[in-house]
Design a protein around this ligand. Structure first.
Ligand code: G3H
Ligand code: ZN
Length: 273
């Protein structure tokens, strides 16, 4: 079933668990994630980031993922991740994404509010959910993008005036970590949770220890974004197969094994929430 982020987050909250959100880059990982969600009977979010959008384009991604989501046995949200331009929000809305993130985290507060409100004005009349970000989650591979912890005051104010349906906050995670081991500020998250009404989102969750994923949810996080972990699983699975059998060249054969490994990893992560 195709659903919005607002709906998926509501269902997860009702059931008392976190909502897994995975970056996907094509048919194979999207299908594996949907199988994982069906086997665990959880709603899930399929997210496409800038790299996926540059590679395939919004029309292809939107139609493929919508088609897959509509046929899933569990609620599946199709979400545009980290859009910094309103043009991309418009395109995603036109082609049928059910949720968009407008990432104004690099902007001064007032400009972030303004662009997020514009995104909401595009998305909401079409019933599409909007995620915004306050504070900033940095990148392990882009040191020039500086992380900045979210202040509870600004989160409260931003959530009230920006029109968001979900709010990404920075409490210690870093994007694209290849190992687990970030220091999380659970007290900061609890404080933000007590002052913000919309579901909270944690980016860069590949770097979070499995045991801490549950603690994040208990401290008030709802949507847990994971990307690198599945990219690594897919890539390592492919490498192992090719090393084991250098004569192997059939992509369908290779991808089918990658899909099994991605599905297993996604199930493990969903269960952590
Ligand atoms: O928006 C996407 C996520 O924040 C993914 O982060 O690749 O570090 O897990 P990650
Ligand atoms: Zn992110």
């Amino acid at each position: 079933m195709l659903c919005t982020l607002k709906e998926a987050a509501g269902l997860a909250k009702q059931a008392g668990h976190g909502l897994a959100a995975f970056n996907v880059f094509g048919y194979e990982d999207a299908a594996a994630v949907i199988c994982a969600a069906e086997k665990t009977d959880r709603p899930v979010v399929l997210m496409t980031n800038k790299l996926a959008v540059e590679h395939m384009g919004i029309p292809i991604l939107a139609q493929m993922l919508r088609y897959m989501a509509e046929r899933a046995a569990v609620p599946v949200c199709v979400h545009l991740d980290h859009a910094t331009e309103l043009e991309k929000i418009r395109e995603a809305a036109e082609w049928g994404y059910t949720s968009v993130m407008i990432d104004g985290s690099g902007l001064p507060f007032d400009e972030n509010v303004a662009i997020t409100r514009e995104a909401a004005a595009i998305a909401h009349p079409r019933g599409i959910s909007v995620e915004g970000e306050i504070g900033s989650v940095g990148y392990s591979d882009h040191k020039e993008v500086h992380g900045r912890f979210t202040e509870p005051d600004e989160a409260e104010k931003f959530a009230k005036i920006s029109g968001v349906d979900a709010l990404a906050v920075a409490v210690g995670t870093v994007h694209r970590m290849e190992e687990q081991g970030v220091d999380l500020q659970f007290d900061r998250l609890r404080e933000i949770y007590s002052r913000v009404d919309v579901p909270l989102v944690i980016h860069g969750s590949t770097g979070v220890a499995d045991a801490d994923l549950k603690k994040l949810v208990q401290a008030g996080a709802c949507k847990i974004n994971m990307g690198t972990v599945l990219r690594m699983t897919f890539g390592h699975s492919m490498r192992k197969q090719l090393e084991r059998d250098p004569a192997l060249f059939d992509r369908i054969k290779i991808f089918q094994n990658c899909m099994k490994d991605v599905e297993k990893k996604a199930i493990d992560k969903i269960k952590c929430l």
